[in-house]
Design a protein around this ligand. Structure first.
Ligand code: PMP
Length: 344
C-alpha cells in the first residue's frame, strides 16, 4: 500500500523549514530574546541546500538544464555539497572549483557525493587565471551543456532566500522579529531574507556580519571597493575580497566585523553551552551579537533571529581540533605573544 507509507520521495523533500532554537546560555548576560535558525537541519547540513535546489529548478523551468548536463560552481564547500546532492537526485554531473582554504573534510565530502573537485589557490586575486572564479569560467566555456551557477553574481541566490528563509522566519516569529543577524558571503541569505522581512515590517533591523580581511563592511559604508582591506583570514564562507551582486547592500542596516579567534572560541562555546554543534560562521554570528549588544543594539523587547549557516561536523580538523586552535595561537594568546618575544 504505497499511499499508506509516510516517506519523502527523496532527500530533496527535506530542504528548508529549518527550526528556530532558543539560545539560553550564550546570551545570558545580554538583554533580549535570541533564537537561532539552525540551517544544519537541512539534509545537506547547510543553508546552501536552499539555493542549490532553487537555482537548479529555475534553470529546469527555463529549459536550460536537462538530465545529463553539467553543473559547475565555485564554492567554499557548502554550496558544492548541496549542488552535488541535488545533481545526484536529478541526474546531472557536478564539477566544483574550490578554494585551497576549504577544509579537507569538506573536499572529501564533495568527492563522496560524486562531484569532480578542482582545488585552486586561496590567496590569489579574483582576476588571476588560477582563481576558482576563472577556473570555473574556463570549464564552463569548454564543456558543452554546462551551467555555471555563479552564486556570487546570481540574483536567484537572493530569490531563494526571499522565497523560503524570509517567509519561514516571519511565520515562525509570528511577525514579532525585531532583528535579523546573519553572515554575508555571497550575501544571498541576508539579502533575500531581509528583503522579505523589510517588506513586512521596515523597522526590522538587519545586521550583517563580516570578517576582518574582507571588503564588505567598508563598501557598505563608503560605496567604495578598498583593496587595502584585504588580507588572509581563517573563517570560511564569511566576507569577501570582491563585491558580490548577490548582496543587496541597501537592505542591510549595519555590518560588524569579527575576528577569527573570538569567533572560534564562540563556536566552541555554542557547542559546550547550548549543545548545538554548528559551524565556524555560526560562532561568528554569535560573536557579532555579543558585540552588537555592547553597542546597546538590543533591549528586553528584542526578538533577535541569528542565522546559523551550517553544521559543526565540517570543522573537526579546524575549530573543533585543539591542535588546530593551538597552531593558530588561539589558546592563551598572551602566553603565545610572550613566547614569541623570548624567541626573538
Ligand atoms: N557560512 C558558511 C559556512 C557559508 O559557507 C556561507 C556561504 N559562503 C555563509 C555563511 C554565507 O552565506 P551567504 O553566501 O548566503 O552570504
Amino acid at each position: 500500500m504505497k499511499e499508506d507509507i509516510k516517506a519523502y520521495n527523496n532527500v530533496l523533500g527535506l530542504i528548508g523549514n529549518t527550526p528556530l532554537i532558543k539560545l539560553n546560555k550564550v546570551t545570558e548576560n545580554i538583554e533580549g530574546n535570541f533564537y537561532a535558525k539552525v540551517e544544519a537541519f537541512n539534509p545537506g547540513h547547510s543553508t546552501k541546500d536552499r539555493i542549490a535546489l532553487y537555482i537548479i529548478e529555475e534553470a529546469e523551468k527555463q529549459g536550460i538544464l536537462t538530465p545529463g548536463d553539467t553543473i559547475i560552481e565555485t564554492t567554499s564547500g557548502n554550496t558544492g555539497f548541496s549542488l552535488a546532492m541535488v545533481s545526484i537526485i536529478k541526474g546531472y554531473n557536478c564539477i566544483l572549483a574550490v578554494s585551497s582554504k576549504s577544509s579537507m573534510d569538506k573536499i572529501d565530502m564533495l568527492r563522496s557525493l560524486g562531484a569532480k573537485v578542482y582545488i585552486c589557490p586561496a590567496h590569489v586575486s579574483a582576476d588571476d587565471e588560477r582563481s576558482y572564479y576563472n577556473v570555473a569560467k574556463r570549464l564552463h566555456e569548454e564543456i558543452k551543456g554546462s551551467v555555471y551557477i555563479n552564486q556570487y553574481f546570481n540574483q536567484l541566490n537572493i530569490d531563494a532566500h526571499y522565497k523560503t528563509t524570509g517567509p519561514e522566519i516571519w511565520e515562525q516569529t509570528n511577525g514579532k522579529i525585531t532583528h535579523l543577524v546573519a553572515c554575508s558571503g555571497t550575501g544571498g541569505t541576508i539579502s533575500g531574507a531581509a528583503k522579505f522581512l523589510k517588506e513586512k515590517n521596515p523597522n526590522i533591523r538587519i545586521l550583517g556580519v563580516d570578517a576582518f580581511g574582507s571588503v564588505l563592511k567598508k563598501y557598505h559604508e563608503t560605496k567604495e571597493f578598498d583593496a587595502e582591506e584585504i588580507y588572509p583570514y581563517r573563517i570560511e564562507g564569511l566576507g569577501k575580497n570582491l563585491i558580490p551582486t548577490a548582496t543587496d547592500f541597501d537592505v542591510i542596516d549595519h555590518f560588524m566585523k569579527v575576528t577569527d579567534e573570538e569567533s572560534a572560541h564562540t563556536t566552541r562555546e555554542i557547542a559546550k553551552r547550548e549543545g548545538l554543534f554548528v559551524g565556524y560562521t555560526s560562532g561568528a554570528v554569535m560573536q557579532a551579537i555579543k558585540q552588537y549588544a555592547e553597542q546597546g543594539e538590543f533591549n528586553e523587547n528584542s526578538n533577535v533571529i541569528a542565522i546559523f549557516p551550517d553544521h559543526g561536523s565540517r570543522y573537526m580538523s579546524k575549530v573543533f581540533s585543539d591542535e588546530w586552535m593551538n597552531e593558530q595561537g588561539f589558546f592563551d594568546t598572551k602566553n603565545q605573544e610572550e613566547a614569541q618575544k623570548i624567541e626573538i
